[in-house]
Design a protein around this ligand. Structure first.
Ligand code: 5GP
Length: 218
């Protein structure tokens, strides 16, 4: 991966921030806060999906909405860096989107499920930082799914039953955030990103920086 951002004059590798959770745990709200926060300077990896567009969603902003045929073509051409079937629809990350952004030195946010997280972790273990968001209770998860009111009852029921399976994958992740309060959870996620950006092994520029320090005449 290319050297990316520069912090305190020290070159740093890009970061692939993966956030997963069962539907309704609040991951999307956390992701939105992160992306709107200019200080955090993260760009979203926009996935392709065969799911129907919700009214509030915009093509190319939330997803690229494609047909199953188009999805299969991308997948078979190896144009997807990871992909999965989630709640009966296909989702995938375009290899080009992810690789271009990282080559340009942008830290990227991946809002993907545990299957995708697994694939990215296996392919780019040094670059992935993963966070799993848990609801405080299953009751709260159900209320949040109902409140969203953009999905049919059938879709909500599928998502709730899948939540049990998804929650069991929590141990695959580096960090776990229990989302009881959105602001507190967001602060926790910001702290994770800030600390991960300072990791020694992510900052090859430190060699030069430290050499400079030691050569400095005082
Ligand atoms: P939704 O339909 O609510 O937008 O997303 C359903 C699930 O699919 C969420 O858990 C979301 O994180 C996941 N998802 C979205 N895009 C991708 C992707 O590109 N790859 C994978 N593996 N999962 C995705």
């Amino acid at each position: 991966m290319a050297i990316s951002s520069v912090e305190n004059g020290v070159a740093r590798r890009g970061l692939m921030l993966v956030i997963s959770s069962p539907s309704g745990a609040g991951k999307s709200s956390i992701a939105r806060l992160l992306l709107d926060d200019r200080q955090m300077d993260l760009s979203l990896s926009v996935s392709v999906t065969t799911r129907q567009r919700r009214h509030s969603e915009v093509e190319g902003v939330h997803y690229y909405f494609i047909t199953v045929k188009e999805f299969e073509r991308l997948r078979d051409n190896d144009d997807l860096i990871e992909w999965a079937e989630v709640h009966g629809n296909f989702y995938g990350t375009l290899r080009e989107t992810a690789e271009n952004a990282l080559a340009d030195g942008r830290d990227m946010l991946f809002d993907i499920d545990w299957q995708g997280a697994d694939q990215l972790q296996a392919k780019m273990p040094a670059d992935v930082v993963s966070i799993f968001v848990l609801p405080p209770t299953m009751h709260e998860l159900q209320s949040r799914l109902n409140r969203r009111a953009e999905d049919s009852e059938e879709v909500i029921a599928t998502r709730l039953s899948n939540a049990h399976l998804e929650i069991q994958k929590w141990q695959k992740y580096d960090y776990i955030v229990i989302n009881e309060d959105l602001n507190l959870s967001y602060d926790a996620v910001k702290s994770i990103v800030t600390a991960e950006r300072l990791r020694r092994d992510r900052r090859p520029g430190l060699f030069e920086f430290v050499s400079g320090l030691l050569e400095e005449k005082v």
